[in-house]
Design a protein around this ligand. Structure first.
Ligand code: SF4
Length: 445
């Protein structure tokens, strides 16, 4: 089986020699990405001692633990590997296919085996627990960035602060964006009377247990989170940062809903917190923005990005792939345009069709077809290639409400989509920025 790398956590090999070679691959990859990786740990990689690996790696900071996954480890037991319960590594061979399956279902792509395929069909898994892996470093992922910055797992928690949207309340339109179902990506918590404080407390309890997160970003997600007076905004944001475990704010909004006064208010939080402004762009093509009834232009987005820059505020752009009438080249135009703007982060997802949206009608009458999974994966990989290496990738696939989703159904299998993206990056031996040339971003229309 050779080396397997898992979204920042695992490298697995069927035998120690392979694990050792795999680690060297990781180290080379890290060096290639100008990252430092260190290897420590109480266990040798089979016959190879950690010290030997460490010397080979020529790195210093402990960021990696090399060890063995016991077949009865909790990570394996209870996830379809019950037959291995109580087994000792030395006693029980481990079916390579089962391990592959276990990893695949966790979105853990298999990298190539430096020693070729396993001929005997079984292996004893060797696991290298690492903070960063070759796979995550195929692109600049957000969780690694947060861990590096805060020294622990940091998880976003979504806030519904009860704002509205000018594209819904009649200021720009009543119908909203073509794909918006009237819930504005919100949880509905505000409508149920839950305060921001309550939402944070509940989310912390949920997320801390699931992800072992210690710190949190309060993500104002629902509707347009700068669409109110500065006084109201201040109260809402203050309520979020009052929680000592909230280390940052992420404010989702439209590019036509900020001004100097609001940016000054938001800038004030950067003294104590990480602050992200998340601007919905979706596409750099104004014809597309008109077709989806966004109610703003690409120029609005550029102007707002420029207003935001120089304030210690991080800027993230939201982009949707598969918008009506858009080709692969159109999507890559958006990537190049964003690459030229000096933004800090990106969120990408495929266009999905929710019930009771204008898009649903187009879909049901056969006017609009959703992207298939392979096309989406291909476009995402090509998109990543055009981004500068420093842009932080916050999201590569969407999270639609399954009870509201009409199509495409493959978007519900988030881990599978991520796995396919990782695998495609690996198969093509490509990564973020591979096709990026500084100063060559495109701003053409
Ligand atoms: S800007 Fe957001 S909340 Fe407003 S209509 Fe569009 S998708 Fe819905």
């Amino acid at each position: 089986m050779g080396l397997v790398a898992l979204g920042g956590k695992l490298a697995v090999s069927c035998h120690p020699k392979s694990a050792y070679a795999g680690l060297n691959s990781l180290v080379r990859a890290h060096h290639a990405m100008s990252q430092r990786l260190s290897l420590v740990g109480p266990h040798a990689t089979g016959g190879y001692k950690p010290r030997q690996v460490r010397e080979e790696a020529a790195v210093s900071d402990p960021a990696c633990v090399v060890g063995r996954l016991r077949p009865n480890d909790d990570n394996v037991r209870g996830r379809g590997q019950g037959s291995m319960k109580g087994a000792q590594p030395s006693q029980h061979p481990y079916p390579a296919s089962a391990l592959s399956e276990w990893l695949f279902h966790r979105g853990l792509p298999l990298s190539h085996d430096p020693f070729g395929p396993v001929s005997h069909g079984i292996c004893r898994p060797w696991v290298c627990l690492i903070d960063e892996t070759i796979m995550t470093r195929r692109y600049n992922d957000f969780s690694t960035y947060l861990r590096q910055r805060f020294g622990c797992r940091v998880q976003k928690i979504t806030i519904d602060a009860g704002f509205s949207c000018p594209n819904r309340d009649g200021t720009l339109s009543f119908s909203g964006c073509l794909f918006c179902d009237g819930q504005g990506s919100g949880t509905g918590a505000a409508a149920k009377g839950e305060s921001i404080r309550d939402q944070i407390q509940q989310a912390k309890a949920r997320v801390a247990a699931r992800y072992k997160a210690k710190k949190f970003l309060a993500y104002f997600q629902a509707f347009t989170n700068t669409y109110a007076s500065c006084e109201t905004l201040r109260k809402r944001y203050d309520e979020a940062v009052a929680d000592p475990d909230v280390v940052g704010l992420a404010i989702g909004t439209r590019p036509d809903c900020v001004d100097e006064e609001k940016l000054r208010l938001i800038e004030g939080y950067t003294a104590t917190h990480m602050v992200w402004m998340e601007y919905g762009l979706q596409s750099m093509h104004n014809r597309t923005l008109r077709a989806i009834n966004r109610g703003h232009t690409f120029e609005d987005f550029v102007r707002t990005v420029q207003w935001t820059q120089g304030r210690n505020i991080m800027i993230c752009a939201h982009v949707i792939l598969g918008l009506p009438g858009e080709s692969r080249d159109d999507v890559l135009d958006t990537a190049s345009a964003l690459a030229a703007l000096g933004i800090h982060g990106i969120k990408i997802h495929s266009l999905y069709i929710l019930q009771e949206t204008p898009l649903a009608r187009l879909y049901q009458t056969g006017v609009f077809k959703a992207l298939d999974e392979d096309t989406y994966v291909d476009w995402v990989v090509a998109f990543l290639e055009r981004l500068p290496p420093e842009i932080i990738v916050q999201r590569l696939t969407g999270d639609p409400n399954p009870t509201r989703l009409l199509a495409p159904s493959w978007t519900l299998q988030k881990q599978r989509v991520l796995s396919l993206i990782w695998k495609t990056l690996e198969d093509r031996d490509t990564c973020q920025a591979k096709g990026y040339t500084p100063g060559h971003g495109s701003l053409r229309h």
